[in-house]
Design a protein around this ligand. Structure first.
Ligand SMILES: [Zn+2]
Length: 225
């Protein structure tokens, strides 16, 4: 793998923990007009014949909004078609795709190697697309986990200190992520009050209290709702 010719162009891109920021140059560029070549529609480099083939097999006619997505030439990686989840048109090559994150609006690369991993190792359908950058994706997963954990803990009749703390932390995170309403801060306070006296000095209690105060201060700044 060669380094990209001008990695500085990607200096502001969001970093992927495994693949980095800049595209991975392979020097491979299959001819998209070759009938044996089928690129993923995320390259947006489709011939009329390929568009028709997608429409015929999936009933979907791709229309791409101008959202800043572009493929990076010279970054193709050959696919192992036999490992892809069938039922769609097989993809013969993946490309590094330069995209804008739906949440934070920063640019990131959806790497060809990452697509290979998604579609061949993890068994994701080819329709699965990365719409968020890695940290925003992680954040979505954390929110999902916090929701689930909060829900589980709310059914526990007598919670241990650890569980109470975890529930308060989950609730607070969901308020910070605007999943829960601001009013739920009172619930976090109630949970913290249930922390036994000898545990009040716990570092995590102090951390949650500090975050809670920040959230409440921001709410006061915004005024009553
Ligand atoms: Zn993002």
């Amino acid at each position: 793998m060669k380094r990209h010719r001008c990695p500085e162009r990607y200096a502001e891109h969001v970093e992927h923990p495994r693949y980095g920021k800049a595209p991975h140059v392979t020097g491979v560029d299959p001819n998209p007009d070759d009938p044996a070549v089928h690129l993923h529609w995320n390259t947006r480099y489709l011939t009329e014949a390929q568009l028709r083939r997608i429409e015929r097999t999936t009933g979907w006619h791709p229309v791409f909004p101008n959202d800043g997505t572009r493929m990076v030439p010279g970054t193709a990686v050959a696919a192992d078609v036999s490992r892809q989840t069938p039922a769609t048109v097989a993809i013969t090559h993946y490309y590094d795709i330069d995209k804008v994150c739906r949440d934070c609006r920063r640019r990131f690369i959806f790497f060809a190697q990452e697509q290979k991993h998604w579609y061949e190792d993890l068994g994701f359908p080819l329709e699965a697309d990365a719409v968020r950058c890695p940290p925003c994706r992680k954040r979505m997963q954390d929110i999902g986990r916090a929701r689930k954990r909060y829900e589980q803990l709310s059914h526990v009749a007598s919670r241990s200190f650890e569980e109470t703390l975890e529930m308060a932390g989950s609730c607070l995170m969901l308020i910070e992520a605007a999943v829960f309403h601001q009013r739920q801060t009172e619930h976090v306070r109630t949970l913290l009050k249930r922390v036994p006296e000898e545990a009040k000095g716990d570092r995590r209690v102090a951390e949650i209290t500090a975050r809670l105060m920040t959230v409440e201060a921001e709410a006061r700044k915004r005024g009553p709702k």
